[in-house]
Design a binder for this molecule. Sequence first.
Ligand SMILES: [Zn+2]
Length: 155
Amino acid sequence: MRVGIGYDSHRFAEGRKLILGGVEIAHPHGLAGHSDADVVAHALIDAVLGAAGLGDIGSLFPSSDPQWHNASSIELLRQAYLQVVEERLHLVNADITVVAEQPPIALYVEDMREKLAAALVAAPSQVSVKGKTNDRMGFIGRGEGIAAIAVALLE
Ligand SMILES: [Zn+2]
């Protein structure tokens, strides 16, 4: 058994769609980033790569490489997991906390679990997604951006 942790954060930006866990969320603005800036998928990528000892999202998909511009992060997760499988490891479960003052994500959690699990060739029951606010403290509390923390267990 191998465990890994991932963390990511992105700032809000005008004129962007908000994509979290592969799901488009109804919100006036999205997150800035080279890809679709899906913090949930990015944190999970780092968790599975970390558990497998395969580096991190930046080493697999460098932002200097134009092929990842506006990339779907669910597709990046799928590609990262293929490398995990090559190491003869597979997902036991993952747990993700999304830290955002706005918007509330409860309505989207089941869709996110389905999208993330599909990229990991797993069942939604193996991928937990939870939302938290930051109690109005700090950059998240001021609504400047969203963060996500993920852990993944591989076998
Ligand atoms: Zn990111």
